[in-house]
Design a protein around this ligand. Structure first.
Ligand SMILES: Nc1ncnc2c1ncn2[C@@H]1O[C@H](COP(=O)(O)OP(=O)(O)OP(=O)(O)O)[C@@H](O)[C@H]1O
Ligand SMILES: [Mg+2]
Length: 234
């Protein structure tokens, strides 16, 4: 579904990604693992059309999307839940969700999508009229996920969805991702909880200093001595 080939991304003169290739098959969960500054967010932002690559190709469902503006990429079905829960604090939960359905591809289906999001996250339904800024951290993360789903994505890219959440909420976020996977959603996952993300992942790639250094099934990487030492603290 997503094919990234030889992608290079710079911030000015500083290179963030250097010849990165990876792919995400339809219905797969793919984990992207790497230390702070490795380039994970840069990759997601480039696929999303927020950053322009200097070189390389990004094909989504067979179509070249590298360099397309982000609203066009979104409207092809590429969704992202960005790092840091980016909700509009003074708007209600429901209005935040409705914003996600403003994409042309989603507009006609907003009511059905809202029902689905509320049945997935009953706590959001209970708080539909509440200002988003007064939700707990975990609830705001659910809202960010729900808003992304309102855009009828075919691929969802998660950037550190459990960052800063208490353990019980981390488990809830991971359960949500598992549930989306079970429903057939294609997922690219960057998650600080590396063990959990590899357990979920069909395939995984490891980024170091902007380059891919390892690739394998989630189970293979969980068992890899280099991964154990560098990312699992074993
Ligand atoms: N806006 C920016 N301007 C300049 N350099 C940037 C910018 N954003 C990121 N970088 C640099 O690009 C490199 C990759 O950063 P990126 O945010 O993609 O890493 P990351 O893997 O997501 O890290 P983290 O785990 O800390 O979120 C880093 O060296 C970072 O300092
Ligand atoms: Mg990041």
């Amino acid at each position: 579904m997503l094919e990234v080939r030889d992608l290079s991304v710079f911030y000015g003169d500083a290179q963030a990604l250097d010849g990165v290739s990876l792919s995400v098959g339809a219905g797969q969960v793919v984990a992207l693992v790497g230390a702070n500054g490795a380039g994970k967010t840069s990759l997601i932002r480039t696929v999303a059309g927020i950053l322009r690559p200097r070189a390389g190709s990004i094909r989504f469902e067979g179509r070249e999307i590298a360099g397309l503006p982000s609203h066009r990429v979104c409207n092809l079905g590429v969704g992202q839940v960005a790092e840091g829960r980016q909700v509009f604090p003074s708007m209600s939960v429901q209005d935040n969700l409705q914003l996600g359905a403003l994409l042309p591809r989603a507009r006609g289906q907003a009511a059905a999508a809202l029902d689905r999001v509320y049945s997935m996250f009953p706590r959001l339904a209970e708080r539909a009229a509440q200002a988003a800024g007064t939700l707990s951290g975990g609830e705001q993360q659910m809202l960010a996920i729900g808003r992304c789903l309102m855009g009828a994505p075919r691929l969802v890219m998660f950037d550190e969805p459990s960052l800063g959440l208490a353990p019980a909420l981390v488990a809830e976020v991971l359960r949500t991702i598992r549930e989306l996977h079970a429903q057939g959603m294609t997922i690219l996952l960057v998650e600080q909880n590396v063990a959990a993300s590899l357990q979920l992942a069909d395939r995984a790639w490891v980024l170091e200093n902007g380059r891919i250094v390892l690739e394998g099934s989630g189970a293979e990487l969980l068992d890899d001595p280099r991964v154990k030492e560098a990312y699992l603290g074993l």
